[in-house]
Structures are given as C-alpha cells and as structure tokens.
Write a protein that binds this ligand. Structure first.
Ligand SMILES: [Fe+2]
Ligand SMILES: [Fe+2]
Length: 145
C-alpha cells in the first residue's frame, strides 16, 4: 500500500501542524519571557510587538486545531474551544490593559508568568495531547487489520 492511501499516515500528517505550531509558540513565548524579565518600564514597544505576534500566532493556531476537531467529529470540541476562547480573550485584555495603563509591568508579569504560561503548557500537555491521540486513533482505527 502506498503511503498516500494509508489512513494512519494521513492521520499523522493531519496533526503535524500542531507540533510545528507549538514549537513556534515556544519560540515566541521565550521572547516574551525574556522581555518581561529584562523590562523595567511599561513603555516597551518590543514587548507589545512580541505579545501581538504571539496573539496572532495563537489565534491562527487555535483556528487550525478547531478546524481539525470539526473535521474528525471530535466530541470534546466545545470544551477545548471554550478554553481557547477564554484564554485568548484574557491575553488580548492583558495587552489592552497594558496599552490603557491600567496594569503595571509587575502585574502583567504576574498575569503572564503566573497564569497564562502555566495554562498554555498544561493545555498542550492535556487537551491538545488528547486531541492528537484521538485523531491518530481514528486513522489507525480505519486501517484494515
Ligand atoms: Fe495547541
Ligand atoms: Fe488546543
């Protein structure tokens, strides 16, 4: 059987973007963490740019994951999507609050390092891993025995 017709192989390919996206997210997150650690003032255009880059990447990534879940009929899609929506909204409001001057750099540091970052890691290790397993399992499940 050629690889093109192998459902297990197709399932592996369908989830490949997750790995690449998560690697890119780690790279973008590292920039934010370094910037937050080095910053001494709220006036930090690089930090805003890094946060905006991460938000843009994350929005596109969440859309890709949600499309995949829809495509394969993943039952916990609403729960997974709800986490995406909530956390993305929270992240956007961090940035808005920083722009509006209603949070200090220290507060942003606490929100980002203490809340967002641990959530992101946990989400990848649990919900994303479960989604990946389901998609791969579907591919294997439809393979002739
Ligand atoms: Fe993800
Ligand atoms: Fe996700």
């Amino acid at each position: 059987m050629s690889h093109e017709a192998d459902p297990g192989h197709d399932a592996d390919r369908a989830v490949e973007f997750m790995l690449h996206d998560h690697e890119e997210a780690v790279r973008l997150l590292e920039r934010i963490v370094e910037n937050l650690a080095a910053s001494t003032s709220e006036e930090n255009p690089e930090l805003r740019r890094d946060l905006r880059d991460f938000i843009e990447h994350t929005r596109a990534h969440f859309n890709r994951e949600e499309s995949l879940m829809k495509e394969v009929g993943y039952p916990p899609l609403p729960v997974h999507k709800q986490e995406h929506d909530q956390r993305l909204e929270e992240l956007v409001s961090f940035l808005d609050d920083l722009d509006a001057g209603v949070v200090s750099l220290n507060e942003l540091r606490e929100l980002f390092m203490g809340r967002f970052l641990p959530w992101y890691r946990r989400h990848c290790a649990t919900m994303d891993a479960a989604t990946e397993k389901f998609v791969k399992g579907q591919g294997r499940g439809s393979e002739p025995s």
